[in-house]
Design a protein around this ligand. Structure first.
Ligand SMILES: Nc1ncnc2c1ncn2[C@@H]1O[C@H](COP(=O)(O)OP(=O)(O)OP(=O)(O)O)[C@@H](O)[C@H]1O
Length: 377
């Protein structure tokens, strides 16, 4: 874990204002959606960091904050160690976007249907001052394994397969020669059969271009396969993090257990231990009025009194050097950040052997949909 930090967030917070309606508008003060609270993370050169959690846990908001597509409510974003807050559109945003690029879930929506691949890539290269004629286009397409370039350059998005479209989106992001790539569920809309190919491409790019990649996913099994480090988010807060093997094989937080247990797991099907009742998955809370203390406590089978009132701090656990959890169950065993000790928990651990990404995503109820004041871009 010693490679250089490219992009980091410290105590990042985003609250979206919501308009109260009816009597609530008269009786209560302004309401906000607590989409992201106190999130800290570091993206390092040549490493993939997975951000895992159910729908509505705040993953996309973290990515959009890191891409400077939203202003933040609080906290800091540093690129190359320098604090940065950029407003969309201008010269500063362009300079930032040269270093930090984002790819989205739906490549069909992010490519303009009336333009060819040539148009998309030429434009991106020109914006970032890197267009040097045909060979720069061929080089970009080569990077995403769309060769020979002549087969693809004159094609429109609808003439490409889903996987090819996502590769063109990735090529367009690479036109900036970024240091960090924020990939928001980059394979979840693709056919199961081609997901692995796109993840392998991203991994290859990470290695060849020394990219720092944030990989957002619902699917913790794919995080184990693809990411060096895995961070788990629940209801706007980060609850656990560490190297992917440890977080997915020896999860500490009860919520991570739930995610691991909901993932496809041949061992469990053969009778491996189940830490919790499979059916008892509950629902994520409203983020307008999130639970006090640990936000997972209403769903947590291990909840204690303290969980209802006080937010747990990050504490290092287990043998792996950077494995941390924010959970009161570990108050006694925790080493505090930077110390060393063993942590035993009374939670049984379920091994997962799944290494492909074809599994179903854990089901999650949609959180309460607020009336938006600031529309998402
Ligand atoms: N522009 C907005 N205005 C108000 N609330 C918003 C806005 N964007 C997101 N939210 C809310 O913030 C919370 C976090 O949403 P976000 O999209 O970041 O979660 P997510 O984990 O990425 O979910 P998904 O996997 O479904 O994309 C949700 O409750 C969502 O409704």
């Amino acid at each position: 874990m010693t490679s250089e930090v490219v992009l980091e967030a410290e105590a990042l917070t985003k609250h979206f204002p919501v308009r109260a309606r009816g009597r609530a508008a008269l009786s209560r003060g302004p309401k906000v959606v607590h989409a992201v609270d106190d999130v800290s993370l570091s993206l390092r050169r040549g490493r993939v960091t997975a951000l895992v959690g159910e729908s509505g846990s705040g993953k996309s908001t973290v990515a959009r904050l890191l891409a400077q597509l939203y202003p933040r409510t609080g906290g800091d974003i540093r690129i190359g160690g320098v604090s940065t807050a950029v407003k969309g559109g201008g010269r500063h945003f362009k300079a930032y976007a040269r270093r930090v690029q984002m790819i989205f879930q739906d490549p069909f929506a992010s490519l303009n249907p009336v333009h060819t691949v040539r148009h998309h890539l030429t434009r991106a290269l020109k914006i970032h001052g890197r267009y040097t004629g045909e060979e720069s286009l061929a080089e970009l397409l080569g990077r995403v394994q769309l060769t020979p370039a002549s087969l693809y350059l004159e094609k429109y998005p609808h003439e490409l397969s889903g996987g090819q479209r996502q590769r063109v989106s990735i090529a367009r992001a690479l036109a900036a020669a970024p240091e960090a790539l924020l990939a928001d569920e980059p394979v979840s809309m693709l056919d199961v059969s081609i997901r692995l190919g796109v993840l392998n491409l991203l991994r290859d790019l990470k290695e060849r271009l020394d990219l720092a990649i944030l990989y957002i996913t619902h699917d913790i099994a794919s995080a184990r396969y693809f990411a060096d480090e895995t961070l788990v988010m629940y209801a706007g807060r980060m609850v656990e993090g560490g190297d992917s093997e440890t977080v997915t094989q020896r999860p500490a937080h009860p919520y991570t257990h739930l995610l691991v247990h909901s993932a496809p797991d041949p061992e469990r099907v053969r009778g491996g231990p189940a830490p919790y009742d499979d059916e008892d998955t509950g629902e994520p809370p409203s983020l307008i009025d999130p639970p006090s203390g640990c936000r997972f406590h209403p769903r947590c089978p291990k909840a204690m009194d303290v969980c209802r009132t006080r937010v747990p701090e990050r504490t290092l656990v287990g043998d792996a050097p950077d494995h941390w959890v924010a959970c009161w169950l570990f108050e006694d065993e925790g080493r505090g950040e930077g110390q060393s000790a063993d942590a035993e928990t009374d939670i049984e651990v379920t091994d997962i052997e799944t290494t492909d990404v074809e599994g179903a995503e854990p089901e999650a109820a949609e959180p309460e949909a607020p009336e938006l004041e600031g529309a998402a871009p």
